[in-house]
Design a protein around this ligand. Structure first.
Ligand code: PMP
Length: 427
């Protein structure tokens, strides 16, 4: 019997490039047919054949309270009934801004936008506008959305400027982006010693989730904080993924480091298009309409999206929310590690708060280069075995995974049971 997913995928490819609206959804890395999702509830979603999966992508982070949480759905329904979009300010936007500033002490002012890409791009422009400098530093393996300046990989040597990772990005843009190694504080020191006066900002995922999960070392983040302060550069934490995910206060709370600007997304929209950037008031005042850095959006602060975000922000502040999320994610990582060991498969796992990494390697990687040494073929076999058994992992060896508050012991145990079988296939 043909799967409806196959039929839909074939049909989608006629009207949409590659059949998807965001590349990783196409399963190019793992092969096979993407599942077309029809509905979701709690820790599960269902595909076009009505097959149920335990979902470990959670919309790539937003679904932290579990899918279709009644409080979030009701907030969205109520807001929708009052109007979908006004293009004029609302009180709900003030409440959301106040809530974010309260949760993140480094954020004195915040502006709401609709995607992480938009937030990252705007934070970059703000840093450049405020410092009057053009050059930026990013790190290999970090993703900050698809703004031109950020689709850049390392040049041929240290202190050479970057090359575009996408066609359509002019070399002239990429040449302002320096790409350094994650978790290499010495390289940062050398770069600032040479180019400190020209650097507008350093942007980093303080817990990286876009090359699989990689934790920053405290020394790496402390060095970057010190160098930015010394040289008048803006430190931007991109917490689109790790914010409100590794803990309520994000990575900045976890590491005790105060960035100048923070980029947010995913969880703060609860599955609707809300992202934000914010930070020091003396930087935020450079933004239009107060200052000369332009930034705007027809749907920014959209009332329905903000309603979903606020409902989610309320739920994640319930007592014990992150303790439980962290414990469940830890149980998953430990359970998978034990299952792999029993099956004799070289594997390890790590987790921080509600995000996790799976590595077909003998130790947890600390950089992009180490991540690249992992066994991608084994991951792909494992991914498909798990998918057949009703567990949906990120369809790439280079993505982190996400647990929600709805992933209770029954769900985690079912996942580990499936993994016992899947690891046998890998071996
Ligand atoms: N920054 C980080 C750290 C991300 O993980 C992502 C998306 N995965 C983005 C920025 C871009 O966000 P969006 O997809 O909403 O544009």
């Amino acid at each position: 019997m043909t799967s409806k997913n196959d039929t839909l995928f074939a049909r989608a490819q006629t009207s949409t490039p590659g059949g998807v609206n965001s590349p990783v959804r196409a399963f190019r890395s793992v092969g096979g047919t993407p599942r077309f999702i029809t509905r979701a509830e709690g820790p599960y979603f269902w595909d076009a054949d009505d097959k149920r999966y335990i979902d470990y992508i959670g919309s790539w982070g937003p679904a932290i309270v579990g899918h279709t949480h009644p409080a979030v759905v009701k907030a969205v329904q109520d807001a929708a009934a009052r109007g979908l979009s006004f293009g004029a300010p609302t009180e709900a936007e003030i409440e959301m801004a106040e809530e974010i500033c309260r949760i993140l002490p480094s954020v004195e002012q915040v502006r709401l936008v609709s995607s992480g890409t938009e937030a990252g791009m705007s934070a970059l422009r703000l840093a450049r506008g405020a410092t009057g400098r053009d050059k930026i530093i990013k790190f290999e393996g970090c993703y900050h959305g698809h703004a031109d300046s950020l689709l850049v990989k390392a040049g041929s040597g240290l202190l050479t400027f970057g090359n575009p990772t996408s066609a359509g990005v002019p070399e002239d843009f990429a040449k302002h982006t320096l790409v350094l190694d994650y978790n290499n504080p010495q390289q940062l020191e050398d770069t600032f010693a040479k180019l400190g006066k020209e650097i507008a900002c350093v942007i980093v995922e303080p817990v990286a989730g876009n090359m699989n999960l990689v934790r920053a070392t405290p020394e790496f983040l402390q060095t970057m904080r010190r160098l930015c302060t010394q040289h008048g550069a803006v430190l931007i934490f991109d917490e689109v993924m790790c914010g409100f995910r590794v803990g309520l206060g994000g990575a900045q709370k976890l590491y005790g480091i105060t960035p100048d600007l923070t980029v947010m997304g995913k969880v703060i929209g609860g599955g609707m298009p809300v992202a934000a950037f914010g930070g020091r008031k003396d930087l935020m005042k450079f933004l239009a309409p107060l200052g000369s850095v332009y930034q705007a959006g027809t749907l920014s602060g959209n009332p329905v999206a903000v309603a979903a975000g606020m409902a989610t922000l309320k739920l994640i502040q319930q007592p014990g929310f992150y303790e439980s999320l962290t414990a469940q994610t830890g149980k998953l990582a430990q359970g998978l590690t034990a299952a792999a060991k029993d099956a004799g498969v070289t594997f390890c796992a790590d987790s921080v708060g509600g995000m996790f990494g799976l590595y077909f390697a003998d130790s947890v990687p600390g950089s992009y280069a180490e991540i690249m040494k992992g066994d991608k073929e084994k991951f792909n076999v494992f991914f498909h075995a798990m998918l057949d058994l009703g567990v949906y992992l990120a369809p790439s060896a280079f993505e982190a995974g996400f647990v929600s508050a709805a992933h209770d012991d029954t769900v985690i145990n079912a996942t580990v049971d499936a993994a016992r079988k899947a690891f046998t296939a890998v071996r």
